[in-house]
Write a protein that binds this ligand. Sequence first.
Ligand code: URA
Length: 225
Amino acid sequence: MIQSEHQRRAYLQALGIDVWLPSAAPSPTAIVDAPVADAAGLDWAQLRAAVAACTRCALHRSRTQTVFGVGNQQADWLIIGEAPGAEEDRRGEPFVGRAGQLLDEMLRAAGKTREQVFIANVLKCRPPNNRDPEAGEASACRSYLDRQIALLQPKIILAVGRIAAQTLLATDTPVGKLRGRLHHLGEIPLVVTYHPAYLLRSPKQKAKSWQDLCMAMDVFAGRNS
Ligand code: URA
């Protein structure tokens, strides 16, 4: 999507970001190998069906439906969040609540629409009362995400929020320390940013999130990579 400087500024203004911050030069910091995947070999349709029928953890008992992920199966950008919330569980699509609307605006500011990227979560089922995913749930679900990554072969991954970043990078480093530098998942560049739900509570952090998006755009464009 080609957008004018004027449009981009309008989106940033709508996001409540009034500064245009140049992106920091990223430096590779982590190479993480994906764990062995037992969904390996499945195509998109088989993977979707496997997720829909999944009973690997207790979350299948409380879910309304699984939330597989949405977007372009040829997307260069993969956005990975934490887990479905109430609205996502109801509609079967990730990031459709208030946080999702902010994510859409962030993507638009980066020149992307929801249809151009692929959006998935670490967990495909909603944890009750929106509690944090448990380690066992994340590892039960991991092979689905790994297969989505293998099928997509994205050029860049944007991990939004602590759970996504820490799960993907296998670390307990706080998100504030993970953002601002370039990571890799295998060969794939990975940028960490704040979760839009956190940004709704802490709008002052939106400027940092915009820096992260700038880093992702730079890396994707082959600048500073
Ligand atoms: N938060 C997430 O991390 N994912 C969603 O799909 C919705 C909210």
